[in-house]
Design a protein around this ligand. Structure first.
Ligand code: NAI
Length: 791
C-alpha cells in the first residue's frame, strides 16, 4: 500500500478534548448558580431554578437561577448604583479594566471553550479557535476605545444602565459584543444570557471579580424569555440591546416604544451565498462548509440560501455533495468533528419541521450517508435543491445545518433573488471577477458582504443588518454610537405645545400678503389630494393665510411609490448630490425676501428671517458633508480589507417640526437626501403652505422628481400611515412624546428604523443641536464589504 493510499483510507481516531478543568470549575460551584448582582452571587428571590443540559448527550450540567422581576430589579439597582463611580473613572482607567478582561479571557481560554462546547454543543475546534479568540479580541479592541473615548467623542455621553439580552448560538461572543462597547463608553450593564447556554456568562462574571471590576458594573441575571421581558420593561434601564429572533425583536420594539430607551436589534437572516460561473468552485464549496455548517448552521448570518449560476449548478452540486459526505457529525468535544449537536430539542424539531415543509413545497432533500451518534441532538448536513424562491425554506430562518439551493442566469437575477427576503443581514459573493463581485456587493441589501469568503468577523468591522434583520451595528466606531448620545439631547426640555422655544415669545406678526392654496408635491409634480379636502391655515393673528390639502393614506402610498422610483438618486455621485443642494441654497437665497415675508405671517418676522438665512447655511452644511461623510477601510487581522461603506437607507418618512416650518424641514430632510435617501415628508402642520415655496425652489434646482415628496395634512394621522407602511425603510419623527411613541410602536411591521426627538425640543437655530454628525449617523447605514487579497 502506497503512502497516498494509506493516507486516503486512514480512519479518524477519537481525539477528545479533556474537559477536566471545566468540570472542576462546575463542581467548585456545586453545579448550582445564582445571579451575579453587585459583584456577588445571589440566590434567586422567587424564581426557582432550571437545568442546563449538554445537548450532545442529554445530561444535566448544572442548575441555573430563573430570574424574576425582583431579581432583575436588584440587578438594575446595582448597575444604577455603580454608574456614577464607573463614569467618574478616566477613559484610561476604564481601558485598563477592559484590557484586564481581555487578558483574563485569554488566560482561561481553554476552560471557557470547553464550557461553551458542553453547554451549546458546538465543536470544540470552533469554540477554541473562533469564539473565544474573538471574545478576547473584542475586549482588546474596546479597551482601545475606552482610552480614546473622551478625545474622539467629546460631545457624547453614555446612555446609563444598559439591558442586554443575548441568544444561545455564540454565548460568550455575543456577551463580548454587548458588554465590551457598553463598558468602553461608560455604561453599566445587566445582561441576560440565553436559557440554554448560561454557563460562560457566569464564568465571565467570575472573571469580572478577578480583575476587581467595580461591583455592579456588570450584572448577570439568568432565566428565560420572561426574565428578558422584565429587563426590557424595567423603567431603570436606559438602553436595550438585543440579539435573537425577529419575532422577539418585534416584541421588544413594541415594549420599549413608550419609553426613551435607546434600542439596537440584531435579528435573523436568510443570507444568500451567490456563486458565479467564473468562481473558484472548490474554494466556494469550502466556503459553503463554513457558511452553513459552521456551528450547525445556527448562525444568524449563515449562508443558508445557495444561489448558483445555472451553467455550473450541476457541477457545483456534485462537488458539494462529495464534500458533504466527508463531514463528520459527532461529539463536539472531539477535535476531529465538523458538526456538533443542536442546542435544544425544540430547535431540532423546528429544523425537522421546516425541512419537511420545504419538501412538501417541492424541494428535493439530499443528505449524505454519514455516521450519526446514537444519542444526543444531531441533524445531518442537508441540501434542499430546486427550492422555489417563495418556499418557506427560502424565506424563513431554519437555524440548522440546512442549505436551500436555487439557480440564476444573470448577475441581475442573482441580485433580485438575493434581495427577495425580508432580511438583510449578510451575503457571500463568489466570482474571480472583481468587477462582478463588487458590483453585486454594492447592490445587495445586507449589512455585511463577504467576497470570496464567508463568516469572517472582527471587532474593528461593524456587524448588523438591513431591513428586518434589525438596526444598529456591533463593533467598529459605529457600534459605539449605540451606547452614546449627545450630551445636550438628554437635557433637552420637553417639546411645548406651542413649540418655538425661546423664540416663541418674540413673535411680531407681519401682514399676510395673498391668500394662497398649495398642492401636494409627489414625484416632482404638484398633485391634488385624494380626499379633495383642504385645511385652512391661519396666521398668528388669526387671518386666513391660505389652504393646504388634507393628505391621506392614498396620497402617502403614491408618495412612497414615487420615492421608491427615484432611488437611483442614491447611485448618483456624492458630488452631484452636493451640487443639487448648493443649487437649492442658491435658489432659496434668491427668493429669500418673498419666502421670509410669507413665513413671517406664521412665525413672526424675526424667526422667519432667521429660518431662511439658516436654511441656506444648512444647505451649504449638508452639501459640504455629502462628499465627506465617508466610510472607512478596516484592517482586520486576516488577509483581507473590509470596506465600510456609508450607504443610504432607502426611502424615509419624515414628520417635520411644526413650529419651525422651513428650517425644521431642511434640518431633517437634508441629511437624508444628502446621503442618497429619498423622502416622503409631512411638513409643519402649523404652516404647511411652505410646500408652495419648496416645490418652486426644488423645481428650479435640478432635484430629480420623487427624491423629495411632500404630503400635507394632520401630522398624527399621516404619521400612523407612514409608520405602518411596509415599504418605508426608516421613519424620522419630530413631535411630542405621544407621537414619538406611536412612531416606534406602529413601525413593528417591517421593523423600520426610527429616529425621533423623544418628545424633546431641539433648537434648530443652534448649530450644535440642529445639524451635523448625529443626524448623518442616522441617515446612513454601514455596509461592510470584506475583500480578500493574495492567492
Ligand atoms: P429568542 O429570540 O426567543 O431568544 C433569544 C433571547 O431572547 C434569549 O435570551 C431569550 O431568553 C430572550 N427572550 C425570549 N423572549 C423574550 C422577550 N419577550 N423579551 C425579552 N427577551 C426574550 O430565540 P429562540 O426561541 O431561542 O430561537 C428561535 C429562533 O430564533 C431560532 O430558531 C432562530 O431562527 C432565531 N434566532 C436567531 C438568532 C440570531 O442570532 N439572529 C439567535 C437565536 C435565535
Amino acid at each position: 500500500m502506497s503512502v497516498m493510499e494509506k493516507f486516503r483510507t486512514m480512519e479518524y481516531g477519537p481525539a477528545p478534548e479533556d474537559p477536566k478543568e471545566s468540570l472542576v470549575w462546575l463542581d467548585r460551584h456545586q453545579r448550582k448558580f445564582g445571579h451575579f448582582i453587585g459583584g456577588a452571587w445571589k440566590a434567586p428571590v422567587e424564581g426557582g431554578t432550571f437545568e442546563t443540559i449538554d445537548p450532545s448527550n442529554g445530561e444535566k450540567i448544572a442548575e441555573i437561577a430563573q430570574g424574576s422581576a425582583a431579581d432583575v430589579d436588584a440587578a438594575v439597582r446595582a448597575a444604577r448604583g455603580a454608574l456614577k463611580g464607573w463614569q467618574s473613572l478616566t477613559g484610561h482607567e476604564r481601558a485598563k479594566f477592559l484590557y484586564a478582561l481581555a487578558r483574563q479571557v485569554q488566560k482561561h481560554s481553554r476552560r471557557l471553550a470547553v464550557l461553551e462546547t458542553i453547554d451549546n454543543g458546538k465543536p470544540i475546534r470552533e469554540s477554541r479557535d473562533i469564539d473565544i479568540p474573538l471574545v478576547a479580541r473584542h475586549f482588546y479592541y474596546h479597551a482601545g476605545w475606552a482610552q480614546l473615548l473622551e478625545r474622539e467623542f467629546p460631545n457624547d455621553q453614555a446612555c446609563g444602565v444598559v439591558g442586554q439580552i443575548i441568544p444561545w448560538n455564540f454565548p460568550l461572543l455575543m456577551l463580548a459584543w454587548k458588554i465590551a462597547p457598553a463598558l468602553a463608553t461608560g455604561n453599566t450593564v445587566v445582561l441576560k444570557p440565553a436559557e440554554y447556554t448560561p454557563l460562560t456568562a457566569l464564568a465571565f462574571a467570575e472573571l469580572c471579580n478577578e480583575v476587581a471590576l467595580p461591583k455592579g458594573v456588570v450584572n448577570i441575571v439568568t432565566g428565560d424569555g420572561s426574565t428578558g421581558q422584565a429587563l426590557v420593561e424595567h423603567p431603570g434601564v436606559n438602553k436595550v440591546a438585543f440579539t435573537g429572533s425577529t419575532e422577539v425583536g418585534r416584541a421588544i420594539r413594541k415594549a420599549t416604544a413608550g419609553s426613551h430607551k435607546k434600542l439596537s436589534l440584531e435579528l435573523g437572516g436568510k443570507s444568500p451565498f451567490i456563486i458565479f460561473q467564473d468562481a473558484d468552485l472548490d474554494s466556494a464549496v469550502e466556503g459553503l462548509v463554513d457558511g452553513i455548517w459552521f456551528n450547525q448552521g445556527q448562525v444568524c448570518c449563515a449562508g443558508s440560501r445557495l444561489l448558483m449560476q445555472e451553467s455550473v449548478a450541476e457541477k457545483l452540486t456534485k462537488k458539494l455533495q462529495a464534500r458533504m459526505s466527508t463531514l463528520r457529525v459527532g461529539a463536539p468535544l472531539d477535535k476531529g468533528i465538523d458538526i456538533g449537536a443542536i442546542v435544544a430539542r425544540v430547535q431540532l424539531e423546528r429544523i425537522d419541521r421546516l425541512v419537511k415543509q420545504g419538501v412538501a413545497e417541492g424541494a428535493t432533500c439530499w443528505q449524505p450517508e454519514v455516521v450519526m451518534p446514537t444519542r444526543g441532538l444531531y441533524y445531518k448536513p442537508t441540501l434542499l435543491s430546486n427550492v422555489h424562491p417563495a418556499s418557506i425554506v427560502a424565506q424563513q430562518e431554519i437555524f440548522g445545518p440546512v442549505l436551500a439551493s436555487m439557480t440564476f442566469r444573470t448577475p441581475k437575477e442573482a441580485v433580485e433573488l438575493a434581495n427577495n427576503t425580508v432580511y438583510g443581514l449578510a451575503a457571500s459573493v463568489w466570482s474571480e471577477s472583481v468587477n462582478v463581485a463588487l458590483q453585486v456587493a454594492a447592490e445587495l441589501k445586507a449589512g455585511v458582504v463577504w467576497v470570496n469568503s464567508t463568516n469572517l468577523f472582527d471587532a474593528a468591522c461593524g456587524f448588523g443588518g438591513y431591513r428586518e434583520s434589525g438596526f444598529g451595528r456591533e463593533g467598529a466606531r459605529e457600534g459605539l454610537r449605540e451606547y452614546l448620545e449627545p450630551k445636550w439631547f438628554r437635557k433637552a426640555p420637553a417639546l411645548r405645545a406651542n413649540g418655538g422655544g425661546k423664540r416663541a415669545a418674540q413673535v411680531e406678526v407681519a401682514n399676510p400678503t395673498i391668500d394662497r392654496t398649495v398642492k401636494l408635491y409627489i414625484g416632482g409634480k404638484q398633485a391634488r389630494p385624494d380626499s379633495g379636502y383642504s385645511l385652512e391655515i391661519r396666521g398668528k393673528n388669526g387671518t386666513l393665510l391660505g389652504e393646504s390639502p388634507l393628505g391621506n393614506r392614498k396620497d402617502i402610498r403614491n408618495a412612497v411609490e414615487a420615492a421608491r422610483k427615484a432611488e437611483s438618486w442614491a447611485r448618483t455621485t456624492a458630488h452631484n448630490r452636493a451640487q443639487v443642494l448648493y443649487y437649492i441654497a442658491e435658489n432659496l437665497s434668491q427668493r429669500a425676501e418673498e419666502i421670509t415675508e410669507r413665513l413671517a405671517a406664521a412665525v413672526g418676522k424675526k424667526q422667519a428671517a432667521e429660518e431662511v438665512q439658516l436654511s441656506v447655511e444648512r444647505l451649504f452644511t449638508y452639501a459640504a458633508w455629502t462628499d465627506k461623510f465617508d466610510g472607512a477601510v478596516h484592517n482586520p487581522p486576516f488577509r483581507n480589507v473590509s470596506i465600510a461603506m456609508n450607504e443610504a437607507i432607502g426611502t424615509v418618512g419624515v414628520i417635520c417640526p411644526a413650529q419651525v416650518p422651513l428650517l425644521g424641514f431642511f434640518s431633517l430632510v437634508l441629511p437624508l437626501i444628502g446621503a442618497g435617501n429619498t423622502v416622503v415628508a409631512v411638513p409643519s402642520e402649523k404652516y404647511p403652505l411652505i410646500t408652495g415655496d419648496l416645490y418652486q425652489v426644488f423645481e428650479t434646482s435640478d432635484l430629480p422628481g420623487g427624491v423629495v415628496n411632500v404630503v400635507t395634512g394632520r401630522a398624527t394621522e399621516l404619521l400612523k400611515v407612514l409608520a405602518e407602511h411596509d415599504d418605508l425603510d426608516a421613519l424620522w419623527c419630530y413631535g411630542d412624546t405621544e407621537m414619538c411613541t406611536a412612531a416606534k410602536a406602529l413601525s413593528v411591521g417591517n421593523l423600520k428604523q426610527v429616529w425621533s426627538n423623544e418628545g424633546r425640543e431641539i433648537d434648530f437655530f443652534e448649530v450644535s443641536q440642529g445639524e451635523g454628525r448625529w443626524y448623518l449617523g442616522h441617515a446612513y447605514q454601514v455596509k461592510n464589504i470584506w475583500v480578500p487579497y493574495g492567492e
